[in-house]
Design a protein around this ligand. Structure first.
Ligand code: PAD
Ligand code: ZN
Length: 377
């Protein structure tokens, strides 16, 4: 049946209010407007950022909302003015857009497009309207992706075509978790061969940092998590040793400094969203040249107090969004690198569930049993 130009009725997981299970509902998805693309989502992962939004700790999220931002799908139809995509293309929606026009997009040092949700709210489409309706109520978008829906509409700056051969359960990981962690090691920290790294938090993002550190030639990669069940996967991804802060009666940064002969690590990564851990990760860095990267999303309004001596004495503190990748340019290349076997993503997907079991997927994340749970439509 030809659907182009028509409203599509399909399944979506609607978050009506914060901190409650999602409801599988029939929603109406309007056709794409100019410079928009309507996509049939085939697979979507559950990332902790979706959970932060559902928990209400991520600012600027209005309910009801359709969450989800780590997905792969097929273009169903395109709006006027879309030149680089056509129906049938295999695509990844991009939670960090690349407009290729703003001062950030034109600058080689950043991927923080001015259209990012940190600059411009993405709870509605760029024209401040929604393409989703459920039971007569307008439903909000999330990061311009809203992939917990069988069909979604995204701006053409926030979607890219990928190699049609890539398996869909892995393709979705390039929409967030893998690209974020791998890029934080490669692009943001610029990990050097022979170095020692510490990765705090061994979820989908942290394990992808481990994969990036290994690819960059780090010789020691210390994984840190309070859940020891994560250690096996971390070692499979390249961690050389794993420790739990709960096994020590002194702060974890002191443990790491002790483990490195009193020196500290060259690179540390916070992949949790905990401000105390962010500070510990900085303190665990080597004087003079240690670099610490914040990847975890802290609750909106959170602040950190720390000794300026830590930076005065030469450490560097950085943040990384979507691994520093300019999304439209780099995601297809990352997918090609995966197809060329430059890295292995086997360790990241622990569960695959039908889309209707999305709340079970969130429970697996909460209980610490999953790394990435992939939902199939
Ligand atoms: P996850 O929940 O799968 O992994 C977090 C891990 O941290 C789990 O294994 C926990 O057991 C562990 N953990 C929790 N508390 C502690 C602690 N105090 N010490 C040590 N370990 C601990 O999450 P994820 O990997 O999907 O996401 C991690 C964070 O990264 C989260 O805050 C998310 O919002 C953020 C994120 N940032 C970006 C970005 O572009 N910067 C992209 C995607 C996700
Ligand atoms: Zn994410």
């Amino acid at each position: 049946m030809e659907t182009s130009g028509k409203v599509i009725k399909c399944r979506a997981a609607v978050a009506w209010v914060p901190r409650k299970p999602l409801s599988i509902e029939e929603v109406e998805v309007a056709p794409p407007k100019a410079h928009e693309v309507r996509v049939k989502i085939l697979t979507t992962g559950i990332c902790r950022t979706d959970d932060h939004a559902l928990e209400g700790i991520m600012g600027g999220i209005e309910f009801p909302v359709i969450l989800g931002h780590e997905a792969a799908g097929i273009v169903e139809s395109v709006g006027e003015g879309v030149t680089d995509l056509k129906p049938g293309d295999k695509v990844i929606p991009l939670c960090i857009p690349q407009c290729r026009k703003c001062s950030s997009c034109l600058h080689p040092k950043t991927n923080c497009c001015f259209k990012t949700h940190l600059k411009e709210p993405q709870n509605l489409m760029p024209d401040k309207t929604s393409r989703f309706t459920c039971k007569g109520t307008q439903v909000h978008h999330f990061l311009w992706t809203s992939t917990f829906s069988e069909y979604t509409v995204v701006p053409d700056d926030a979607i890219v075509k990928i190699d049609a051969d890539v398996p869909l359960d892995k393709a979705c990981l390039f929409g967030c978790g893998f690209s974020t962690g791998y890029g934080a090691a490669i692009n943001t920290a610029k990990v050097e061969p022979g170095s020692t790294c510490a990765v705090f938090g061994l979820g989908g993002v942290g394990l992808s940092v481990v994969i990036g550190c290994k690819a960059a030639g780090a010789t020691r990669i210390i994984g840190i998590d309070i859940n020891k069940d994560k250690f096996e996967k971390a070692k499979q991804c390249g961690a050389t040793e794993c420790i739990s802060p709960q096994d020590y009666d002194r702060p974890i940064q002191e443990v790491l400094i002790g483990m490195t002969g009193g020196e500290g690590v060259a690179y540390s990564f916070e992949c949790i969203g905990n401000t105390d851990v962010m500070k510990a990760a900085l303190e665990a860095c080597h004087i003079g040249y240690g670099t610490s990267v914040i990847i975890g999303g802290a609750p909106t309004g959170a602040e950190i107090s720390f000794s300026p001596m830590l930076l005065f004495t030469g450490r560097t503190w950085k943040g990384s969004i979507f691994g520093g990748w300019k999304s439209k340019d780099c995601v297809p290349k990352l997918v090609s690198d995966y197809m060329a076997k430059k890295f292995n993503l086997e360790g990241l997907v622990t569960h695959t569930l039908p889309f209707d079991k999305i709340n079970e997927g969130f429970e697996l994340l909460h209980s610490g049993k999953s790394i990435r749970c992939i939902l199939m439509f």
